[in-house]
Design a protein around this ligand. Structure first.
Ligand code: GLN
Length: 468
């Protein structure tokens, strides 16, 4: 069972060859069939079928009748929005995320909410307060995270595409682990309105799909300025889908610091082969050094918790979701609701974030981290003055075993070593499936210049065509 390319599905719904209601049923059946992978938190069957019925009566829109799944940190109608955290277990969204609204306006139908590490804090979905999502090819392994449910859902063909968020790698990492395309746009290209905030200065919304062009079409529909998010930027005038870039003649930099990180041998082999393919296709490829990149992880794990501690302060037991029934007064309610509602990782980040922002430590941690962040931004800018694209691995390893890293937060954080820099700088980056190591998928990362989304998708599409 597979899906046609997204544009073909929509075309066939528009001309009546396919029925949206049937497509939604097919998606729901695939979700049911693959239940044992725990990729999905909830389905919105009633609303999805109702919308499908309306679309069949008047089948218009670039995504007419195309079912999709979204990570459960996007506000949606038709069910609960939980961010996989106990503190939001009872929460129903009063409005929808702009990304969801835009997809729906073009006829797409949201059928289900995918599992994630609670509040998107993590790299494996093991931090979900619901359950651990199992890898699509090997249920003893993690699918990556934090958009692990979305990646597994696409790999298991539950829908033609899914949405994720990437604050430090959470689209690209699970895409690499599960063998699907994961796209992180330039910061601000997709509105964050209605998406539960993690670290607002690095949160980005993007698609997970089976092909680069499917991802590009979804981006076409979601992207662009939104008055509900003042950080949004204008989209390209030309469409992202169908974008073409010749590999021949391009200057491509291989990020030296990533190859020096001690990659799993199977991953290194695929990455080197991918680089060779770019060379054979006519690109000039050479190693480039961005000396501050090894610091990006340390910077991220200061900046991110600082913003997390601030963003999570709104969950106080009064305004959203869970309120402790044991509280005797208001102060008690704040304390108990947060104590009982947040999981260990959210608490860890609140404590680290509060510490690095405290007056005694601000200069030593937060301010220093922001200084190094600026260096990282400058190094990317200098590199893109010389190179069209930068490439490297997505992660040092393939999907690891459930439980292998969850006992040691530092080991878990190290998973993100090759993804966080592009979040610190805001550059667009993609993970494209490049091969397998010992039966597990390996993604190849391509990073583009700021606002170079169209070029990046164009080259990724060409790479997709020449990979094995
Ligand atoms: N794994 C990273 C973290 O735990 C990134 C998460 C994300 O991108 N949402 O913070």
């Amino acid at each position: 069972m597979d899906w046609l390319p997204i544009a073909d599905i929509a075309g066939k719904v528009q001309n009546g060859e396919l029925k949206a209601v049937e497509l939604v049923r097919k998606s729901l059946a695939a979700i049911e069939e693959n239940k044992n992978h725990d990729a999905i938190i909830s389905t919105m069957e009633a609303r999805a079928l109702e919308r499908a019925g309306q679309i069949d009566e008047s089948p218009t829109g670039r995504l007419a009748g195309v079912p999709f799944i979204t990570k459960d940190n996007f506000l949606t109608f038709g069910g609960k929005t939980t961010a996989a955290s106990n503190i939001l277990r009872p929460f129903e969204a009063p409005y929808q995320a702009t990304a969801i609204e835009r997809l729906e306006a073009e006829g797409a139908i949201c059928v289900a909410k995918a599992n994630l590490d609670a509040f998107a804090h993590g790299s494996s979905t093991e931090n979900s307060d619901w359950f651990v999502t199992k890898h699509p090819a090997d249920p003893s392994r993690v699918p990556g995270g934090s958009s692990g449910g979305s990646a597994a859902a696409v790999a298991l063909r539950m829908a033609p595409f899914a949405l994720g968020t990437d604050t430090g790698g959470s689209i690209r990492l699970p895409a690499s682990f599960c063998g699907v395309v994961g796209y992180k746009p330039t910061y601000g290209l997709v509105s964050r309105s209605g998406v539960i905030a993690m670290a607002s200065s690095t949160d980005v919304i993007g698609p997970l799909a089976r092909s680069v062009d499917d991802a590009a079409l979804v981006l076409d529909v979601m992207s662009g300025k939104d008055e509900l998010d003042s950080t949004t930027i204008d989209r390209d005038e030309k469409p992202y889908s169908g974008a073409q870039e010749e590999i021949a003649g391009k200057k491509i930099g291989v990020i030296r610091e990533y190859l020096a990180q001690g990659l799993q041998p199977g991953v290194e082999k695929i990455v080197r082969e991918s680089i060779d393919k770019l060379k054979s296709a006519g690109a000039t490829v050479e190693e480039v050094s961005l000396p501050s990149l090894p610091l990006a992880l340390a910077v991220y794990y200061i900046v991110c918790p600082a913003e997390v501690s601030s963003n999570l302060s709104r969950y106080d037991g009064q305004r959203y979701g869970y309120s402790s029934p044991d509280a005797k007064d208001l102060d008690d309610s704040y304390e108990l609701s947060r104590q009982q509602g947040f999981g260990a990782e959210a608490k860890r980040r609140i404590m680290i974030g509060t510490h690095v922002l405290s007056s005694g430590y601000y200069d030593a941690y937060y301010k220093k981290a922001q200084t190094v962040r600026t260096k990282i931004i400058n190094e990317f800018e200098e590199a893109f003055a010389k190179y069209d694209f930068l490439v490297g691995p997505v992660a040092p390893m393939t999907a690891f075993k459930i439980g292998e890293r969850s006992g040691d937060p530092l080991q878990m954080y190290l998973t993100d070593i090759m993804t966080v820099a592009a979040n610190m700088s805001g550059n667009p980056a993609i993970s494209v499936p490049a091969g397998e190591a010992e039966g597990l998928p390996v993604g190849f990362q391509i990073v583009g210049p700021l606002r170079g989304d169209r070029q990046l998708l164009g080259i990724a599409r060409k790479f997709e065509a020449i990979r094995t």
